[in-house]
Write a protein that binds this ligand. Structure first.
Ligand code: PNS
Length: 164
């Protein structure tokens, strides 16, 4: 029984994340999408909203579940008995940050492996921040996110615009 976690802020979850989650779900028996609190990032969606959107977006993948977490990733991995952390890797700009996190996580818990899955070219430059920016400017994000996320973005920015 191999259980992996796929951590991230998921503000919000995108098709790029979903591609990596689907591929991880074919490799592992169970994948837990671990939604970090990430307060320093001042996310657009609340922790619970991000977890709920991730739940809705992954509900058709049978061996995937979603859990919000706060605190250290390696501690959460131990708590849920996951031995592998799966990360998506996009263009070169991700490398330094991802390598730093992987090295530090290894120092903290060397029995937890980090596995990188490359994003396909069409998602190489997709990010949650780009999606938020397009939605904020009233652009069409339907090819980048699930319908539930598209609706949540429209509501978030619609409401904030209405408030002025
Ligand atoms: O989607 P993101 O924001 O790039 O994901 C970053 C995330 C959530 C994986 C990272 O910030 C994280 O692991 N946060 C949990 C706190 C932690 O363990 N920090 C030390 C990492 S070396």
């Amino acid at each position: 029984m191999k259980r992996a976690i796929m951590p991230g802020t998921f503000d919000p979850i995108t098709e790029g994340h979903l591609d990596v989650i689907r591929r991880a779900a074919q490799i592992f028996d169970e994948v837990i999408v671990a939604v970090a609190q990430s307060p320093h990032k001042e996310p657009l969606f609340t922790h619970e909203e991000r977890a709920e959107l991730a739940r809705q977006a992954t509900e058709s993948i049978p061996n995937v579940t979603v859990e919000p977490f706060s605190g250290l990733l390696v501690e959460f991995a131990k708590e849920v008995e996951a031995s592998v952390v799966v990360k998506g890797l996009r263009a070169i700009t991700d490398f330094e940050y991802e390598f730093q996190m992987t090295a530090l996580n290894y120092e903290l818990a060397n029995d937890i492996e980090t596995l990188f899955i490359m994003s396909p070219p069409k998602f190489m430059y997709l990010s949650s921040s780009i999606v938020r920016e397009i939605a904020r400017l009233d652009g069409d994000v339907s090819q980048f996110v699930s319908p539930c996320v598209e609706a949540a973005l429209a509501q978030k920015f619609g409401l904030s615009r209405a408030r002025g």
